[in-house]
Design a protein around this ligand. Structure first.
Ligand SMILES: Cc1cc2nc3c(=O)[nH]c(=O)nc-3n(C[C@H](O)[C@H](O)[C@H](O)COP(=O)(O)O)c2cc1C
Length: 177
């Protein structure tokens, strides 16, 4: 049976041992049964954005379907050379061509797990906001020095707080303790 809420989670790192992907996997353990949690796995299949496109490439169309179905989104990304990783920005550039309300004020969490990460964090929040996602302060989290901090209780508490705030947006009531 389809669950009432669907969250699409997107890692900005293609690395097999990515800290950011691990954080999304960690969060998945806390997602309540009423919520479907899907980690997007086809980022590497997205072709370079070309404004001269005549139709969406298959991978882009498939992402559009995921985006339309999602009630909320969670991004978790590193910073590369003071910016959003190109693979993730490329995906977002494609979505700027969508015109059927795919973002439509969807509650969106932005987690940046990096060595520093401040610039990519702000840049990703800005890009998602202009695309139409609903970016909230309590669903944004910058985790600097992430590799040493990701399993610490304080980090887990911060991640749970972000998830809880997102769930609250979806269901109007807190779900986690
Ligand atoms: C090409 C490249 C550029 C990077 N530039 C930055 C940077 O500007 N700021 C930063 O905080 N970390 C930077 N890093 C380090 C990443 O934050 C770090 O490797 C992080 O763990 C990558 O995320 P992941 O573990 O999810 O793959 C860079 C890493 C790479 C590979």
């Amino acid at each position: 049976m389809e669950k009432p809420y669907q969250i699409l989670a997107i890692s900005g790192s293609l690395r097999a041992a990515s800290t950011n992907t691990q954080i999304l996997e960690k969060i998945s353990q806390w997602v309540p049964d009423t919520v479907s949690w899907q980690i997007y796995e086809e980022l590497a299949q997205i072709p370079p954005f070309d404004p001269d496109y005549t139709e969406y490439p298959v991978a882009v169309e498939q992402f559009r379907t995921h985006l339309l179905a999602a009630d909320a989104l969670v991004f978790c990304s590193p910073e590369y050379v003071f910016g959003v990783p190109g693979v993730l920005k490329n995906l977002l550039d494609w979505t700027s061509a969508f015109s059927s309300g795919e973002w439509h004020e969807k509650p969106t969490a932005v987690i940046t797990a990096s060595i520093l990460g401040e610039k990519a964090h702000e840049s990703l929040r800005l890009t998602l906001g202009i695309l139409g996602a609903r970016i909230l302060e309590n669903t944004s989290l910058l985790i600097s020095h992430a590799r040493t901090k990701m399993d610490k209780p304080e980090t887990e508490a911060d991640l749970k707080a972000v998830l809880n705030a997102l769930l609250q947006e979806l269901t109007e009531k807190p779900v986690l303790q």
